[in-house]
Design a protein around this ligand. Structure first.
Ligand code: CO
Length: 134
């Protein structure tokens, strides 16, 4: 059911420093920062030949990544995102298999303007999983 790895998301305490580190030390192509108020994050995209890395920093009050940063002061891997062809049928199959879908279970538009859902980390080896309809 799952397709390509769309991205790996890493929460960072200092987005500019992280973007510079990816640019200079790793020689990566990094986008300009983009505020996503509806998701409570500022994001840059690191473009790799086969996938993307999203570097996330909290934006505004009540950011969903602020608590993560409190527990992981130097940052850390936050989630991985797999592509699916049909997010509703993927969700229904996962629920039938006993996996927990976070929130109200309805897809929301993600950082790329496409429908996404998140799955409970305890059901997937301790890793928060995002599904994106590609
Ligand atoms: Co993501």
């Amino acid at each position: 059911m799952i397709g390509r790895l769309n991205h790996v998301a890493i929460v960072v305490p200092d987005l500019e420093a992280a973007a510079n580190q990816y640019r200079s030390a790793l020689g990566a192509s990094v986008s300009q920062p983009e505020d996503l108020p509806e998701h409570g994050v500022t994001v840059v995209f690191v473009e790799l030949p086969n996938t993307k890395i999203e570097l996330l920093q909290p934006f505004g009050e009540g950011s969903p990544v602020a608590a993560f940063l409190e527990k992981n002061a130097s940052g850390g891997m936050h989630h991985i995102c797999y592509e699916v062809d049909d997010i509703i049928s993927a969700r229904d199959k996962l629920k039938a298999e006993g996996a927990r879908v976070l929130g109200d279970g309805e897809p929301k538009n993600g950082a790329h303007g496409k429908p996404v859902l998140f799955l409970h980390p305890k059901d997937f080896c301790g890793t928060l999983v995002e599904l994106e309809q590609a």
